[in-house]
Write a protein that binds this ligand. Structure first.
Ligand code: ASP
Length: 588
């Protein structure tokens, strides 16, 4: 027989009890985490959002004691009792100095045996965890992550309110926004054959809000991009999206630096402002990446000229990048084999290594480069005794791209990690600028926007839009933290004539531009202020601040890498009547 909650009122969270509560009568409510039955004494660890409290049932309260005999894991109960100091405190839990002697037990609900223990050290597969997400979310770690996410968003809202931003919602059922991904489409029941697109971002709406004179907009918004999944991508994700009128680039940076300062403050991290600025090409050259991890050195050296004599014998194409790995001259055969395997998986042809010791410089490359060539290489990269020089060339070449950099970037991160070079207490933010406006798409065989088609272009480069698009410099910027891209934005195009030329440069005919963006081109003609903005990936921000490796750990109901919600079992088939109403037939 289950008891009812009736008029019973909780007095405390289980996890909040401390020694100072000793002597108080309390009413606690929560889940039976664990039960230990010693006959005369029954102990329950009672769990709620705030943590765990130990409850004791003894012979002084026979009715409660008898009921406690039937308790099982995850039963939902209310306990009335008195807080006392424990004889033997448990230093491992925050409530460890006290326990509650139960006078009454109310069993509010029972539970099936859960498929896994509600504990941080969970052995169940991620699939099982996601299928039973409501149980998974009961784990303290996930409670912590979800609370942290809430606090970050709360702080961000406070800062932006202080800075005069309005939070404004934009439509979810809308039309395609070009952010370079596939759209998620929603068929219209009223207009058969017509579709809404879910926003890839609120980009056009936020720009229109600037035309509307709103001056400063932000939104914690959901965006939808139907892309192939990666560990830190979901079909739907949350952005902090913002836009300002009349901004200089630095004004936008200042706002975001304040936002990140507040967000990091949630975990007690004090960050350095202003963030450093780095030219995109410099980042590529030094770190092989447009999202460099600058918590450690080990920068890349372009050593192509030193490898030139070996080009034919080693059969490599393109450039060769080298990294000096401090102390790795002593690496074993096995460690070197693992490095080579990793480098191959990162797109390198393999690794070329040179060991530098106090006596010698040795390398399998000696036969190709000669002893003198090796010495010059060592000098060029500044390797010291004990160091290992690791050089890579790319397996495949892509036009207009130095692919050796991408492989080298991965190898640098691998070596930095293995050699404990990465200072995990550092928060290295950087603004990346100096991007090109267009990039060449091999699949489409045309120039496409490197970011999105509303990104501003340097006035001096306007004339090259039609003649030399590859030389046009973008007014875009990215924010990077510890090797992660947190977000990107730009000063926008605010002149209608320039926006129209941009669409043309992207290969859209007047007719196509009018059909897709006519309303926006029109809006631009009615007094558009100069404006700019940015969007940050909030899932990623929360993931980093929570110290997690996957954004699924900071999203309450994430999807798998195959875009499936295992708990709600979506996507799913729908009734034929629903399809009929929408005027849709499924191709078989
Ligand atoms: N709309 C862009 C994005 O979602 C951000 C921006 O340019 O503000 O990536």
């Amino acid at each position: 027989m289950l008891d009812t909650l009736g008029n019973l009122k909780r007095t405390n969270y289980c996890g909040s009890l401390r020694a100072s509560d000793a002597g108080k009568d309390v009413v606690l409510m929560g889940w039976v985490h664990r039960r230990r039955d010693l006959g005369q004494l029954i102990f329950i660890d009672l769990r709620d959002r705030a943590g765990i409290a130990q409850i004791v049932f003894n012979a002084d309260h026979p009715e409660a004691h008898a009921k406690a005999e039937d308790l099982r894991s995850e039963f939902v109960v209310a306990v009335e009792g008195k807080v006392i100091l424990r004889q033997k405190p448990n230093p491992d839990i925050p409530t460890g100095e006290v326990e509650v002697v139960a006078t009454k037990l109310h069993v509010l609900n029972n539970s099936k045996t859960p498929p896994f223990q509600i504990e941080d050290e969970v052995t169940a597969s991620e699939e099982t965890r996601l299928r039973y997400r409501y149980l998974d979310l009961r784990r303290p770690k996930l409670h912590h992550n979800i609370e942290l996410r809430h606090r970050i968003i709360f702080e961000i809202r406070k800062v932006l309110d202080e800075l005069g931003f309005f939070e404004i919602e934009t439509p979810i059922l809308t039309r395609s926004t070009p952010e370079g991904a596939r759209d998620c489409l929603v068929p219209s029941r009223i207009h058969h054959g017509q579709f809404y697109a879910l926003p890839q971002s609120p980009q056009i709406f936020k720009q229109i809000l600037m035309i509307s004179g709103m001056d400063r907009y932000f939104q914690i918004c959901r965006c939808f991009r139907d892309e192939d999944f990666r560990a830190d991508r979901q079909l739907e994700f949350t952005q902090l999206d913002l836009e300002m009128s009349f901004p200089r680039q630095q004004d936008i940076f200042d706002v975001i630096e304040r936002v990140m300062e507040a967000a990091c403050g949630v975990i007690g991290v004090k960050i350095q402002r202003p963030f450093r600025h780095l030219d995109y090409k410099e980042a590529l050259r030094r770190f092989g990446s447009d999202k460099p991890d600058m918590r450690f050195g080990m920068e890349l050296h372009n050593v192509t000229e030193h490898f030139e004599p070996a080009r034919a014998a080693l059969h490599f194409e393109g450039n060769v990048q080298a990294i000096v790995a401090p102390g790795a001259a002593a690496w074993s055969r096995k460690q070197l084999d693992e490095l080579s395997e990793f480098a191959k998986s990162a797109g390198a042809r393999g690794v070329y290594i040179v060991k530098v010791t106090s006596e010698t410089v040795s390398s399998p490359l000696e036969k190709n480069l000669g002893a003198d060539g090796l010495k010059k290489l060592v000098a060029a990269v500044g390797a010291k005794p004990g160091d290992l020089i690791v050089a890579v060339a790319a397996k495949e070449q892509i036009p207009h791209t130095d692919t050796s950099l991408f492989a080298a970037c991965q190898v640098r991160l691998y070596l930095g990690d293995k050699l404990n070079q990465i200072d995990r207490t550092k928060w290295e933010f950087a603004w990346l600028t100096g991007f090109a406006l267009f990039e060449w798409s091999e699949t489409e065989k045309r120039w496409v926007s490197a970011q999105h088609p509303f990104t501003g272009v340097y006035e001096e480069d306007l004339d090259k839009l039609e003649t030399a698009p590859w030389e046009c410099r973008s007014k875009g910027y990215d924010l990077v933290l510890n090797g992660n891209e947190l977000g990107s934005g730009s000063i926008r195009i605010h002149r209608q004539d320039v926006q129209a030329r941009m669409f043309k440069a992207l290969g859209l005919s007047d007719e196509q531009a009018k059909r897709r963006f006519g309303f926006f081109l029109d809006a631009l003609t009615y007094g558009t202020p100069p404006h700019g903005g940015i969007a940050l990936g909030l899932d990623r921000v929360a993931m980093i601040l929570a110290g997690e490796k996957s954004i699924r750990e900071v999203i309450a109901f994430p999807k798998t890498t195959a875009a499936v919600d295992l708990m709600a079992e979506s996507p799913s088939e729908v009734d034929p009547e629903q399809l009929d109403e929408l005027g849709i037939a499924i191709k078989t």
